[in-house]
Write a protein that binds this ligand. Structure first.
Ligand SMILES: O=C(CO)[C@@H](O)[C@H](O)COP(=O)(O)O
Ligand SMILES: [Fe+2]
Length: 224
């Protein structure tokens, strides 16, 4: 498996000083910035859009920005995020009328593309599009808020998707998002995930490096 990636969700960052907080978490050893976009329509919360992504780039953030779109409709915002510096764009298939077209739109915009599955979203949306995916994101909470508890049925789903990816032979990251903590990250990795989104577990602690180091130590036990 490829190196594990830790992607702090900036949903739990300090929005009043976002640039500094993102720099701090990257300096603490994070790999990727996870950027949650909520529209108060597809999910019951409202967050940030392309202008904030552009502002982070203008501030000097060079790490990959992983844009998790919880919006419906989804297509019209994709070119704006690509222009604003997104590296990866993922979306929920039930929020798109034409999943294949949306994936193509992301790729044509120059970004990596991924599908996101809520805890109760069936995996059949993966049929016929595996060749277009760079990321599969399994939500381990219902989308909309940080700080929720990991839903245990995600473990079975992770094992299923890990097998699908391995059998497909495609180069696809398996990301998990929601309730990821130091004390469950090893079990999540053992079930097949290789990219870990964590918001409250990191940003709600004073020492980001200490948490990320602890997560990497847990992951090292799985890699060995
Ligand atoms: O997409 C989402 C929530 O919808 C996430 O990215 C959360 O922001 C994760 O937060 P924690 O569960 O890690 O606090
Ligand atoms: Fe997310």
């Amino acid at each position: 498996m490829r190196p594990f990636l830790i992607a702090p969700s900036i949903l739990s960052a300090d929005f009043a000083r976002l640039g500094e907080d993102v720099d701090a978490v990257l300096n603490a050893g994070a790999d990727v910035v996870h950027f949650d976009v909520m529209d108060n329509h597809y999910v019951p919360n409202l967050t940030i859009g392309p202008m904030v992504c552009q502002a982070l780039r203008n501030y000097g953030v060079t790490a990959d920005i992983d844009v998790h779109l919880m919006v419906k409709p989804v297509d019209r915002i994709i070119p704006d995020f690509a222009a604003a510096g997104a590296s990866i764009i993922t979306f929920h298939p039930e929020a798109s009328e034409h999943v294949d077209r949306t994936l193509q739109l992301i790729k044509e915009s120059g970004c990596k593309a991924g599908l996101v599955f809520n805890p109760a979203t069936p995996l059949h949306y993966l049929d016929h599009v595996m060749d277009k995916l760079d990321v599969i994101l399994l939500m381990s909470v219902n989308p909309g808020f940080g700080g929720q508890s990991f839903i245990p049925s995600t473990f079975d789903k992770l094992r299923q998707v890990r097998k699908l990816i391995d059998d497909s032979g495609y180069d696809i990251r398996l990301q998990v998002d929601g309730g990821v903590k130091v004390d469950n990250i090893a079990e999540i990795a053992a079930a097949g995930a290789d990219m870990f989104v964590a918001g409250s577990a990191i940003f709600n602690k004073p020492d980001y490096k200490a948490v990320i180091d602890e997560m990497r130590a847990e992951l090292a036990s799985v890699e060995a």
